[in-house]
Design a protein around this ligand. Structure first.
Ligand code: NAP
Length: 241
């Protein structure tokens, strides 16, 4: 039995958990940061909360006799990726490809959220497609700011709230038109789930302030859950597992 620690929080993590379980021969613990009270059913054992830095992760890895570590965290989870990369056991990072601009896109690349704050014009009517904990960077910005959440929220910020979830390009274009947005602000997360807003901005000719990804960790990097499963199997075979 090969013991795998899966750093979760993404669709890729759910896919890896399912695939490892179906494959057999792997004992998997999926780990969540703890931001969500009820993480998606992973079909494997789960734990929640930070480990206590890279050293805390090392202690967990040793205590649970982990053989392989799969980092399936979000592309912007830089600290967790660095902590994973610092471990002495084999580590595989799943990092989905970044979105790339195509004809018709009008992207303004931003090195960081703070850079996006600086580059957003004061007279903009902007849709901030960002997680709630990233909104504080925009506090005090003179632009009219709109954010979306699946449930009513009160962060104490002077933002305008839309209740809803990311949708198709058509849905997003209708929303952008309804609210007369002039700018979209988002992070280059990659993947299909959030791409509707990018297509909508293209259709409407809106500028997108695109926050670039943090530096990638050093080590084994794959792009998909399938590739991570292949890595697990090959590492397990090498180990005689
Ligand atoms: P981060 O800045 O890299 O992580 C901050 C700290 O949170 C880490 O140092 C670690 O604490 C703890 N942590 C993060 N991920 C963890 C995990 N999977 N299990 C246990 N502890 C974890 O990351 P973040 O940007 O705050 O993201 C937090 C989590 O949310 C990640 O797991 C990420 O995958 C998920 N997320 C998902 C999406 C999405 O769209 N699906 C978007 C954003 C974030 P210690 O140093 O104490 O161990």
């Amino acid at each position: 039995m090969t013991h795998v620690l899966l750093l979760a929080g993404t669709g890729e993590a759910r896919a890896v958990a399912r695939a490892l379980r179906e494959s057999g021969g792997f004992d998997v613990i999926a780990s969540f940061a703890g931001a969500t009270s009820a993480p998606a059913d992973m079909a494997v054992r789960t734990r929640s909360g930070g480990f206590g830095g890279a050293d805390g992760l090392t202690r967990f890895v040793q205590a649970e006799r982990i053989d392989l570590l799969i980092d399936a965290t979000h592309p912007f989870a830089a600290q967790m990726k660095a902590n994973a990369a610092a471990q002495a056991i084999p580590v595989c990072h799943i990092i989905r490809p970044a979105w790339r601009p195509v004809a018709g896109d009008h992207w303004i690349n931003c090195a960081s959220l703070q850079d996006a704050v600086r580059q957003l014009p004061a007279q903009a009517r902007a849709f901030l497609a960002l997680g709630q904990r990233h909104l504080s960077a925009f506090e005090g910005h003179p632009a009219e700011l709109w954010v979306r959440s699946v449930e009513a929220s009160n962060t104490g910020t002077a933002m305008n709230w839309i209740i809803g979830s990311p949708g198709s390009a058509e849905d997003e274009a209708a929303l952008f038109t309804e609210h007369d947005f002039t700018h979209l602000v988002c992070r280059n997360s990659g993947g299909n789930a959030g791409y509707g807003k990018i297509e909508a901005a293209r259709q409407l000719g809106l500028p997108v302030l695109m926050v670039q990804r943090p530096a990638q960790p050093v080590g084994t990097i794959v792009e998909t859950a399938e590739a991570a499963l292949r890595w697990c199997k090959s590492m397990s075979e090498q180990d005689g597992g």
